[in-house]
Write a protein of this length. Structure first.
Length: 258
């Protein structure tokens, strides 16, 4: 069994809630699809937990933005990224400061696992955004109707299963092409040999599908389970509103899940 988490976005309350649920299920291995930081009020604390608790993380566009520079960010997102950088640059403990920047600097764009799930031998890819452009491209559910070529080229690059985050919208893309919401699948997707899938596991710290609960997924044998969890978003909102350089919109959207 392993868990996959993504898009924490410096939201410590959501991350604590998700880690607790993972522990409760006895899951020992956690992989992270990036965007540990950005938007939220607790970049240090979230980095500490991700470094300590996950096997690895891949590079998200917000991790990249803090480490290098924001690309195609709106003003509020850009400001959050500059604030995050200042927080990490002014950490007094030199060891800790080095730890954060080294972690961010060593993130790979993609991880691959050749493994067995139950009796099924498979190749699992893990990226932040899309198989074709692992850091920045948005794969939207609507693309299966409006942009068939885009979906087709994604699947050409997927050996069997690819896990993604980035849009903060959980669900499963199939190469028919089609997109299925977790609830349409009874919150579980069975991995089968003959079917390629790109699986978005949703966002821990800033869900955008109209459901404000934290989202993550875990894999047991050959099934991917989608999980949603209520967390104390009001506490996160309060913290964001107290930090001048973080736009209140980042707080408002946590309640609405958008
Ligand atoms: Fe994100």
């Amino acid at each position: 069994m392993f868990a996959i988490i993504s898009d924490i976005h410096s939201n410590l309350e959501a991350l604590h809630t998700v880690l607790k649920d993972i522990d409760r299920r006895g899951i020992k291995t956690i992989y992270c699809l990036g965007d540990v930081i950005g938007y939220g009020p607790n970049p240090r604390e979230c980095l500490d937990l991700i470094i300590e608790r996950t096997k690895w993380s891949v590079l998200g566009n917000h991790d990249y933005a803090t480490l290098y520079e924001p690309t195609n960010f709106n003003y509020a997102a850009e400001q959050a990224s500059f604030w995050t950088r200042d927080v990490l640059e002014t950490v007094e403990d030199g060891q800790a400061r080095k730890k954060y920047w080294q972690f961010l600097g060593k993130l790979n764009m993609k991880e691959t696992l050749r493994t067995k799930l139950g009796n099924l031998a498979t190749t699992l890819d893990f990226v932040h955004a899309s198989p074709r452009k692992p850091v920045n491209e948005y794969l939207f559910p609507d693309d299966v109707f409006s942009n068939l070529a885009k979906i087709k080229t994604q699947f050409e690059m997927v050996k069997h299963i690819c896990f993604i985050g980035h849009t903060h919208l959980p669900g499963v893309f199939l190469d028919e092409p089609d997109f299925y919401l977790p609830e349409e699948l009874g919150d579980a997707y069975p991995i089968v040999k003959e079917e390629k899938a790109i699986i978005n596991i949703g966002s821990v710290g800033q869900p955008r599908d109209g459901d404000n609960r934290a989202s993550y997924a875990y894999v047991n044998e050959d099934k991917v389970y989608f999980v949603r969890l209520e967390y104390d978003y009001k506490k996160t909102q309060e913290k964001i509103r107290k930090i001048d350089r973080l736009d209140n919109f980042h707080a408002d959207r946590l309640e609405q899940g958008r």
